[in-house]
Design a binder for this molecule. Structure first.
Ligand code: HEM
Length: 498
């Protein structure tokens, strides 16, 4: 991303200057009371203050100077960034409906069939219908439980792979990614998805391209930028490949349904059933199904992997927490061959560890951006129609007014608290809140809990090359998710057989 930004900005600055001169907007007759913000330069706005920093970290630093609500201009994108729980509540609860839309994204336009998906889709009656289907029929707690068998097979396989690495360094991310992707693919297409590996590879490419801070995203009206930066052609190529794979899978499934009949065993059958049943205000098409599946392939794997890797990283950095967590899981499952998903409720401390990981290393620090559909006031300032509104979840989760010793990893802080994952307390919003809340909470959490429980139950862990816990690099990488920059490498030292 850094190279893309620097080179393209330099090449384009001359063209941009000319564009700017000829496209300056006439001053509005009734000035809006916009939030304050750092001084901006022509054309690039506040990009120079962000530089190569991670946007959520840069926004947090700027908010310390300019306040919990500030206006920023990144290229052509005007945005308001909110960095306190009180103002997050105004955005995500009080004005949830007015701010329920998503801004334009090139990626959604090309990859997600013009943005007819859930995550990037604009708020509309169609979107409401589809979000209801996803929440109630695809990702409900009951449906997620029905996929227990897929998870059990893959977690056993994963445990065996880690077992085969005892005494050798393991890249946790790589192994968990493979397992999670396989589970998601099976939930979507059942056991017989021959194209699984290609699909996973393409989904990973999409994740890498979805930061929303590429130069083409920052200057959306300068369409030539998406061409010369290569973004458009990369997305189009990925789209074509994904579309072909989906067509193939859909065709196979249609044939199977004609011979074997419909089932409810995987999500493709669930959606085909809904499509054939009809009676919906907006009939479901193949493209609608493809766009939703892509959301799940992208949202369903990377997020959990990021969380599991940070949780393991914090456990390696905090040996007392590791010992306490292992004591809990080994006591709870004493004498058991292994851990079944249905028994995870016994692991209370592990749940605190996951909550604390999602606080301090919030997976999607800036949630997903919202777009204003109807002018509102936030914190007393005007938010005009079309304004992009970003909530900094990291700022909320580490706000010292709400959290003692906010930068320290302390799972005990969640003991005897009522924090949940449903966005009811605005200092804790790892899955967002309101109409745009993540529908994959149950799906994501069960795979995180199961994986960590297995890693702690069966193995002891040590860092390679005599690395000390305090030497672990905690830097995050660019992207929508705050993934650890260097993949965590750890050595399983003991295997407790199952
Ligand atoms: C640790 C796991 C996960 C985390 C931390 C997470 C977090 C989030 C966040 C922060 C948002 C944006 C909410 C907002 O804009 O207010 C979101 C949206 C979304 N997530 Fe997740 N997610 C996770 C797992 C999943 C899974 C497993 C799926 C699907 C299989 C999923 C599907 C989605 C979708 C479709 C949206 C868009 C919702 C909308 O725009 O209405 N997520 N997620």
């Amino acid at each position: 991303m850094a190279i893309d930004m620097t080179i393209i900005l330099m090449i384009s600055s001359f063209i941009l200057s000319i564009y700017y001169i000829f496209n300056r907007k006439p001053k509005s007759s009734k000035p809006l009371n916009l939030p304050p913000g750092p001084p901006k330069l022509p054309i690039i706005g506040n990009l120079y203050q962000i530089g190569l920093a991670l946007p959520h970290r840069a926004f947090l630093d700027l908010s310390k100077k300019y306040g919990p609500i500030m206006s920023l201009q990144l290229g052509q994108i005007s945005m308001v960034v909110v960095s306190s729980p009180r103002l997050a509540e105004e955005v995500l609860k009080n004005h949830d409906l007015a701010l329920a839309s998503r801004p334009y994204a090139l990626l959604a336009d090309i990859l997600l069939y013009g943005g007819i998906d859930i995550a990037f889709g604009r708020y509309s009656d169609y979107w409401r219908q589809m979000k209801k289907i996803v929440t109630m029929e695809l990702l409900s707690v009951k449906k997620v439980q029905s996929f227990m068998g897929f998870r059990a097979t893959e977690i056993d396989r994963f445990t065996e792979v880690v077992q085969s690495c005892v005494g050798k360094p393991v890249h946790i991310r790589k192994r968990v990614m493979k397992m999670n992707n396989t589970v998601v693919c099976k939930c979507l297409f059942g056991n017989d998805c021959r194209q699984q590996d290609v699909l996973i590879e393409l989904a990973e490419q999409v994740v890498a391209l979805s930061s929303g801070y590429y130069v083409a995203d920052l200057f959306p009206t300068l369409t030539f930028l998406s061409t010369i930066s290569g973004m458009k052609s990369r997305l189009t190529k990925i789209h074509k490949s994904l579309d072909n794979i989906f067509d193939e899978i859909f065709e196979e499934r249609r044939i199977r349904r004609q011979t074997v009949g419909p089932t409810e065993d995987d999500l493709i059958d669930v959606l085909f059933n809904i499509k054939e049943r009809g009676g919906l205000r907006f009939p479901v098409t193949d493209n609608n199904i493809k766009a939703i599946f892509l959301n799940m392939l992208i949202g369903g794997t990377d997020t959990s992997v990021v969380t599991i890797e940070w949780a393991m990283t914090e456990l390696m950095r905090n040996p007392d927490v590791m010992m306490k967590a292992q004591a809990e899981v080994r006591e709870a499952f004493k004498g058991e061959k292994t851990i079944a998903e249905t028994e995870l409720h016994k692991l209370v401390y592990l749940k605190h560890i996951i909550k604390e990981t999602l606080r301090l290393h919030i997976t999607i620090p800036l949630l997903l951006p919202r777009e204003c559909r109807q002018q509102v006031k936030i914190g007393g300032y005007d938010i005009p129609v079309k304004m992009k509104v970003v909530v900094n979840g990291l700022a909320c989760g580490t706000d010292p007014e709400y959290w003692d010793d906010a930068q320290t990893f302390k799972p005990e802080r969640f003991e005897n608290t009522s924090y949940d994952f449903f966005g009811t307390s605005f200092e804790y919003i790892p899955f967002g809140s309101g109409r745009r809340i993540c529908p994959g909470i149950a799906f994501g959490l069960v795979s995180i809990e199961l994986t960590l429980a297995r890693l702690l139950y069966h193995f002891n862990w040590q860092l390679p090359n005599g690395l000390s816990p305090k030497d672990i690099d905690m830097t995050e990488s660019h992207g929508v998710t705050a993934i650890k920059k260097d993949s965590l490498e750890v050595i399983p030292t003991v295997f407790i057989p199952f």
